[in-house]
Design a protein around this ligand. Structure first.
Ligand SMILES: Cc1ncc(COP(=O)(O)O)c(C=O)c1O
Length: 369
């Protein structure tokens, strides 16, 4: 059995042709306010899918988050509440604005705990960044209610959740801002890339300025911005990938259902992302392993199953954040999760027989532990 990776890019002839067309055109990027032909095409498709008025393509999910924080004028002295169980980009962008991340705990489904947000919110809190972790939406209604009561925005970190729905609505359908990633192993990809969605006209205008040095008509910087533009080759690839998104999500759901059935009744493991008012896209199919998670991971990998751990270290315990004084924040849910989570491959190219193989290897490894 060949090694089954946890995730990978899925690129076909259409993506290759799209990239080649850009190369042939000689127009590799477009520094206008609206962006190039393929940037606009990708933005239109993503906006239609998410159901928002505006999408602003940028060159990474990190840039999407950073631009959002800048657009909300997050600065020194401000606090931003984020989960400690996430990829570090969610925290790094807060530090990049000279603001202070406030790490919140997570619930048993690994998403940010609204109760802890309520405990930690202060007058200094200027935004909340919940993370739709592994492709599973957070408790958006409750989080929005808290944010509205404090008149602050919810910036959704939707880097892992393109296509997921919360109460029948796509993640990222928002009057505030939501941030997607097009990194090489994300649900869809352009190599590196990202996008911001919003229904807010004023915010969209600001975000477009900020991705392009604050310029509207060229060489007329109005506000501080950077070069966060998505190149045309990447946008062309992303545009084709948008056409395949539904097919990718269906395949992930089919594989996740098959894996759940194949491991039903197995002792010592549990699926915790199961709330029925939201639809998972299974960017990562993540089990809670009662005992021996690390050795199980090694055994599965030795058998060709690309099981993976996201993440072993909470962000607040990474060196930068320890140096900033966050090492001892009380986050019992987070410290439990980092010792027990294990993700298994269910990406669109995992076959039915590979799902059975993954389930069988998981059973064997647990029984002979
Ligand atoms: C939860 C989360 N937030 C933010 C990011 C940052 O996205 P990017 O790698 O495109 O900068 C990622 C992915 O890498 C992520 O998984």
């Amino acid at each position: 059995m060949k090694f089954i990776p946890i995730n990978k890019p899925f690129l076909g002839v259409r993506e290759k042709k799209a990239v080649n067309d850009v190369l042939d055109s000689g127009i590799l990027t477009d520094a206008s306010f609206e962006g190039g032909k393929y940037v606009k095409e990708f933005e239109k498709k993503l906006a239609a899918h998410v159901g928002v008025k505006h999408v602003i393509a940028v060159n990474s999910g990190t840039a999407a988050l950073q631009t959002s924080l800048m657009a909300y004028s997050i600065k020194a002295g401000d606090e931003v509440i984020i989960p400690a169980f996430t990829f570090e980009a969610t925290a790094n962008v807060v530090v990049a604005c000279n603001a202070s991340p406030v790490f919140a705990d997570i619930q048993s489904d690994y998403t940010i705990d609204p109760k802890d947000i309520r405990r930690k919110i202060t007058k200094k809190t200027k935004a909340i960044i919940p993370v739709h972790l592994y492709g599973y939406p957070v408790d958006l209604d409750e989080i929005k209610e808290i944010a509205q009561a404090h008149s602050i925005p919810v910036i959704e970190d939707a880097a892992e959740s393109l296509g997921a729905e919360y109460k029948g609505t796509q993640t990222g359908q928002t009057d505030d801002s939501a941030c997607f990633s097009l990194y090489a192993t994300k649900v869809i990809t352009s190599g590196e890339g990202g996008a911001i969605s919003t229904n807010n006209d004023e915010l969209a205008e600001k975000l477009r300025l900020m991705r392009n040095h604050g310029m509207k008509y060229g060489y007329d910087t109005r506000i501080l911005g950077y070069n966060f533009r998505l190149p045309e080759m990447a946008a062309a690839m992303a545009s084709v990938q948008m056409d395949r998104l539904s097919e990718f999500v269906s395949a992930r759901r089919r594989n996740a259902t098959a894996l759940t059935e194949a491991i039903a009744g197995l002792k010592g493991v549990s699926m915790r992302q199961t709330k029925t008012d939201r639809s998972h896209i299974w960017y990562l199919y993540t089990l809670y392993i009662d005992k021996g998670r690390d050795s199980l991971n090694e055994r599965l990998r030795a058998k060709g199953v690309g099981s993976s751990i996201y993440w072993k270290t909470p962000v607040n315990k990474m060196k930068l954040y320890e140096d900033l004084g966050y090492a001892d924040v009380k986050l019992p849910g987070v410290y439990d999760a980092v010792d027990h989570v294990l993700s298994l491959p269910v990406h669109p190219e995992v076959t039915e027989s590979e799902i059975q193989y993954i389930a069988a290897e998981l059973k064997t490894a647990l029984e002979t532990k």
